[in-house]
Design a protein around this ligand. Structure first.
Ligand SMILES: [Zn+2]
Length: 282
C-alpha cells in the first residue's frame, strides 16, 4: 500500500480520430505533476495548443507511450524534433518501422516487457507507475494495449486492436478507467461509399473495433468507474451511437472527439469489487 496519500492520476484525450490521436496521462505526486503522452498523432503545434486549452502546457512531460506508428498515432512533424528530456517508449515490435521512419535518430527506449514511469517527478517524489504492454492484432505489426498501474488505480488504454480477444481482456481486466476504441457502426460502414478494400481492412479483425465489439470488450473487462471511447470514425459513427451501448453499464462514459479535449477523467480506486473471472462470452 502506498504512503503517498496525495498522489493522483487522470486521463485526458486531447484528440482522437483517424485524423490524429493524442492522450495525456497526468500523474501527480506530492504536489508535483508530470505528463505522459499516449501517442503523438497530432502535430507538435496542435498538441501544444490543446495542452494549453486544458491548462497543462506548463507541466513537464516525462515521455511518450506509443501504441503503434501509423500516421494518426505518430505525426511526421515530431520526427527529429522530440525534446531530449522526453523518454520515448517504443515496443520492440515497432523498432524496425521506427528506424525506417527516422524515429530512432534520437534516443528511444525500446522495450518488450513491463517498465516503470514516474522517476522524473522531482528529486524526492516518486510514484511507482508500472506499465504492462500487450500486443494486439492490427495490420502487420500490431498495436500495443497498455495497462498502467498507478498508486491510485489502474488505467487501461487500447486502440486499433482489430478484434476483442481473451488475451486483451485478461490483460486489462478490472482497471479503474478503460480507454477503448469504438470505431464504427457496422450499418454505417456497410452503407458508406468507402472502397471495399478499406471496409475489409477495418472490419477484418486486424483493423478496428465496431461499437458492438467495443461494448463486449468493456463488459468483459469490467472497468470500475469509467470508460472513455476512442477513435470514433467521423464517417461511419456518431457519439450517440457509440455511447448507447454503454447506457446501462453503470459507468461514467466519456466520448473522445477530434475537435476538443475530453475533461480530465480522474483515476480512483474503487474498493469493494467482486472479483470474478471474466470472459468475452460470459
Ligand atoms: Zn488509428
Amino acid at each position: 500500500m502506498s504512503t503517498h496519500l496525495d498522489n493522483s492520476a487522470a486521463l485526458c484525450v486531447l484528440s482522437s480520430s483517424s485524423g490524429g490521436n493524442c492522450s495525456v496521462l497526468v500523474l501527480s505526486c506530492e504536489g508535483r505533476r508530470v505528463l505522459w503522452l499516449i501517442d503523438l498523432g497530432l502535430s507538435p503545434r496542435r498538441t501544444r495548443v490543446l495542452l494549453q486549452q486544458v491548462g497543462l502546457a506548463d507541466v513537464p512531460v516525462g515521455g511518450v507511450l506509443l501504441t503503434h506508428l501509423d500516421h494518426d498515432h505518430m505525426h511526421q512533424g515530431w520526427i527529429g524534433g522530440l525534446p531530449d528530456s522526453w523518454r520515448v517508449m517504443l515496443h520492440g515490435r515497432h523498432e524496425r518501422r521506427g528506424r525506417a521512419m527516422g524515429l530512432l535518430t534520437q534516443p528511444v527506449d525500446v522495450y518488450d516487457d513491463e517498465f516503470t514511469l514516474g522517476a522524473r517527478i522531482g528529486e524526492r517524489s516518486r510514484t511507482d507507475v508500472r506499465v504492462s504492454p500487450a500486443v494486439a492484432a492490427h495490420d502487420d505489426l500490431g498495436s500495443v494495449a497498455f495497462r498502467i498501474a498507478t498508486d491510485v488505480g489502474d488505467v487501461g488504454f487500447v486502440t486499433d486492436v482489430g478484434r476483442p480477444t481473451q488475451q486483451l481482456i485478461d490483460h486489462l481486466w478490472g482497471v479503474e478507467v478503460l480507454a477503448v476504441e469504438s470505431n464504427y457502426c457496422p450499418q454505417m460502414q456497410t452503407a458508406s461509399l468507402r472502397p471495399a478494400f478499406l471496409k475489409d481492412r477495418i472490419t477484418s479483425g486486424r483493423g478496428h473495433l465496431s461499437n458492438q465489439q467495443s461494448a463486449r470488450m468493456v463488459k468483459a473487462i469490467s472497468p470500475a468507474s469509467d470508460v472513455v471511447l476512442l477513435h470514433l470514425s467521423r464517417e461511419c459513427n456518431t457519439p450517440a451511437l457509440a455511447q448507447q451501448h454503454h447506457a446501462h453499464a453503470g459507468l461514467r462514459v466519456t466520448v473522445a472527439s477530434p475537435q476538443e479535449p475530453t475533461p480530465l477523467v480522474a483515476v480512483r480506486r474503487v474498493q469493494t469489487r467482486c472479483r470474478v473471472p471474466a470472459t468475452l462470452w460470459g
